[in-house]
Design a protein around this ligand. Structure first.
Ligand SMILES: [Zn+2]
Length: 114
């Protein structure tokens, strides 16, 4: 009688262990596919972020070159674009080292960056 109880208990535990094992395998497969999906999403997110950053910096470059062109145009029309005399007229179109520094200094920096 006591031996039979042991046998039944053993069978029961064995069935539970098999069941548990199957559940663990299921979870393992689920986890694997979640990890793969997570890795793919991370890569996709990085790619999208890079694209967005490139787009933003391209726009910033456009803005900078537009502002730079405006300064060059103002200077060629005979106005100072330098900080100390901004907007005042250049007498007899005299060259101004500050203005040239701003116009061509920036352009040099820009070409170095690029
Ligand atoms: Zn000037």
């Amino acid at each position: 009688m006591v031996q039979k109880d042991y046998f039944q208990e053993f069978e029961k535990l064995l069935a539970q262990a098999k069941d548990l094992n199957a559940k663990i395998k299921d979870m393992q497969e689920g986890l694997s596919s979640i990890l793969v999906e997570n890795a793919e999403l991370k890569i996709e997110n990085d790619n999208l972020r890079n694209k967005l950053n490139n787009k933003n910096s391209a726009k910033a470059n456009d803005d900078v070159s537009q502002a730079h062109q405006n300064l060059e145009k103002l200077y060629s029309q005979g106005y100072h674009v330098c900080t100390p005399m901004y907007g005042s007229h250049r007498k007899d179109n005299e060259e101004c080292a500050f203005c040239l520094g701003i116009i061509y200094g920036r352009s040099d920096n820009k070409s170095k960056v690029n």
